[in-house]
Design a protein around this ligand. Structure first.
Ligand code: ZN
Length: 710
């Protein structure tokens, strides 16, 4: 990117977290961490940047959570907003403002936005029959109505989504709907609502996304937009019959008792947050949303693509605002073999990580950087990725500790030992090819990292930084200044070689601080402290410099940047995760599933029917994942008389290595079936508990393989 094409200012947004509960590391990895990395880089480039975020505090899930916790909607948002804000701070997410949509300035801004569009004729109104609870005298929006899912027959699906299969629903699609307020069957009643006619804007969206941004946006984002547009855009309701949210302007006819639909008001939260930031800092907010030389970038997870790429841009366009330059949405991050889920309690909350790791005695804020490191190293930028505690430990121990931390520590230790604690000079005449090559690598790293960050490839950019540390280690290893030190009596030029090596290593350390700063800000600061340089050195323009630490300057004694993470620590986390998932509180969805199971009794059969099934006990002798099939394991099961290949859909529930040696019950006379090209010769019996976890059916103590079951 050439300097003259640089935008004048940047406005960076990260998806507004919904304030109905704590947020997990999947959220962090999806939107907040990449946004923060980008913003820290821009700040180091001394560009004009504002980073806004805040709590999304409207929608029906908030009052419903309030009912669940026996309190008010206001109390719910007042409880979660400050915790989420503090969690972000503890993990180094450096918003310029963390606002909230319950703030009066947001209500005014959202109302004005609606009014402008409505007055211009950009909204349409429609009367339609919607579900109404006569007992509660209330229309039943979204989560206030439940019924059977038309897609998967789950009996507790909500009016906006089925939590069992994940499908988006409208209340009309529910089978046997009931009100969650009274439990009664609702009636239909006529009501008027405002709609954003997206169908009017198809041509604009096609041109803007599928032509102008076809190449600079992520393929996954463009692909999702294309399928939305190709699927046909429909008018989308902007209002709701609800008493929690942003009320319509007073002068709107029939607007009483209605609020803006949460998807409409939430993204306007970015604008109101910018306004509040401007007020607090005596700035003008308008250029950030109205001037063409502002670069607007939305960081989000993939579940938010339609809102940020299709709906909000249409709103912005109609309202006369600028459009986003890019929407680098991430895919999802799974956890230990399964999708992260709040309802199934399969998650690692930011709050939990902070409580368990970020304490002074555990390494303090450096441990925030360890999480930032691992989440960036496995960032789901182009496809879903997976957080495992083992992976977390490996990333820390074999990359941060062994490569990055080790290099910085050795450079400082050797400088103290071999150069009297002062930065040694560089003796040009004594430099060799390796010295020049290493310096060239230091200079080249800046451009590589810069290019990748500008392209939102944070994972690759971080890899380049670690690679520079790796180059430093190799350089030191080849130079062996500690060996030269032993030969100084017979080698008068030896000290010059030692000086050159450590001079270059210390300048490389300074460069590592600058390059790692957008990713691991606490570590960058710590290096500055050790080098006794001011934080200003972290300005991006200093990257590539070989004058970061001055010759003759004395530095602080070395301290380790990262500590090793022990097996016990991660075992404890895995156990905690599993225990929480099993002992979790039973949610309404699970309750409904349990009820459904209780009543599923199959029709009576005679003994002869049962006797046709041949059941035998066998031992799993090997287990491996089936390629490109998340759910399947290929098992070899020893049945005593033969070893069978059986493909089983249990990969999300068991670690293949952990089940080898386990006895199981096998249906041995099931007709063979091909799955993913592998012939499966039998079926393993499993029991499913209330939370959907699978268990083997096996004898209490080990018995002979091939024993019959009847
Ligand atoms: Zn469903």
């Amino acid at each position: 990117m050439s300097t003259n094409s640089l935008p004048k200012r940047y406005l960076i947004t990260a998806a507004l977290p919904y304030a109905n509960g704590l947020k997990h590391i999947g959220h962090l990895a999806g939107a907040y961490l990449p946004a923060d990395t980008y913003v820290r880089y821009l700040r180091a480039q001394k560009r004009d940047v504002v980073f806004v975020c805040g709590s999304d505090e409207h929608g029906t899930a908030i009052p419903i959570q309030a009912t669940k916790e026996g309190t008010t909607a206001q109390a719910i948002i007042d409880k979660y907003h400050p915790i989420i804000e503090q969690n972000f701070k503890d993990l180094g997410i450096s918003f310029d403002i963390y606002h909230r949509t319950s703030a009066p300035i947001h209500h005014e801004t959202a109302r004005e936005f609606f009014k402008t569009l409505n007055d211009k004729g950009d909204l349409i109104t429609k009367e339609s029959e919607q579900y109404f609870d006569e007992t509660a005298q209330s229309f039943l929006a979204d989560r206030y109505i439940k019924g059977t899912c038309p897609n998967c027959s789950h009996p507790g699906a909500y009016g906006d989504q089925c939590e069992s299969c994940g499908k988006s629903l409208s209340p009309d699609e529910l089978i046997n709907p009931v009100s969650t307020l009274s439990g009664n069957a609702p009636i239909k009643k006529l009501t008027k609502h405002w709609y954003l006619p997206l169908d009017r804007h198809e041509a604009f969206l096609r041109k803007w996304i599928l032509e102008e941004h076809a190449n600079d946006w992520r393929a996954t984002v463009v692909g999702q937009c294309k399928s939305w547009i190709d699927g046909g855009l429909l008018p989308r309701a902007v209002t709701r019959d609800l008493d929690w949210g942003v009320t319509l302007p007073d002068d709107v006819v029939d607007g009483k008792g209605k609020v803006l639909y949460v998807w409409f008001d939430a993204p306007i939260g970015y604008i109101s947050a910018t306004k509040q930031w401007a007020l607090d800092n005596e700035k003008d907010w308008k250029p950030y949303w109205e001037s063409k030389d502002t670069k607007l970038v939305h960081f989000i997870g993939k579940d938010n693509i339609v809102f940020h790429c299709i709906i909000f841009p249409v709103m912005l366009q109609l309202h006369g605002n600028i459009l986003p330059e890019n929407v680098p949405a991430n895919e999802f991050m799974n956890l230990e073999g399964d999708k992260m889920s709040t309802s199934r309690n399969w998650k690692l909350e930011m709050e939990d990580y902070i409580n368990d790791f970020i304490k002074p005695e555990n390494g303090g804020s450096q441990m925030a950087d360890v999480l930032r490191y691992y989440l960036t190293a496995i960032a789901p930028e182009s496809k879903d990725s997976e957080f495992t505690w083992k992976g977390f430990q490996d990333a820390n121990n074999s990359e941060l500790v062994s490569i990055f931390g080790n290099f910085v520590n050795r450079a400082l230790v050797l400088m103290h030992k071999l150069c009297k604690g002062k930065v040694p000079p560089l003796h040009a005449a004594a430099m060799d090819e390796l010295d020049h090559e290493t310096i060239a690598n230091i200079k080249a790293a800046k451009e590589k990292v810069e290019k990748l960050i500008e392209e939102y490839k944070f994972r690759d950019a971080l890899f380049e930084v670690i690679n520079l540390a790796r180059i430093g280690n190799q350089y030191m290893q080849k130079k062996e200044p500690w060996i030269i030190a032993k030969t100084l009596d017979t080698n008068p030029d030896g000290q010059q070689l030692i000086d050159n090596c450590l001079h270059i290593c210390l300048q490389l350390t300074g460069n590592l601080a600058i390059l790692i700063n957008p990713f691991l800000p606490f570590t960058a600061k710590k290096i500055c402290y050790l080098l006794k340089v001011v934080d200003r050195i972290l300005d991006w323009e200093n990257a590539g410099s070989l004058k970061l630490v001055s010759v003759g300057y004395s530095l602080r004694p070395p301290e380790l940047l990262f500590r090793k993470i022990e097996d016990e620590e991660i075992c404890k986390q895995v156990e905690k995760l599993k225990a929480a998932a099993v002992h979790k509180e039973v949610t309404p969805a699970v309750e409904a599933k349990q009820e459904e199971k209780a009543i599923t009794v199959k029709p009576e059969i005679v003994f002869d029917d049962f006797a046709k099934i041949d059941l035998k006990v066998g031992t799993i002798v090997s287990a491996e994942k089936v390629e490109k099939a998340d759910k399947l394991l290929k098992l070899q099961v020893d049945l005593g008389f033969e070893v069978r290949t059986i493909v089983s859909g249990i990969a999300m529930h068991f670690d293949p290595a952990a089940i080898v040696g386990k006895q199981v019950t096998v249906v041995t006379n099931l007709a063979p079936r091909k799955m993913r090209g592998i012939e499966s010769n039998g079926m393993i019996l499993m029991a499913e508990d209330a939370v959907g976890k699978l268990h083997f059916i096996n004898p209490e103590t080990a018995i002979d393989n091939g024993s019959g079951v009847s």
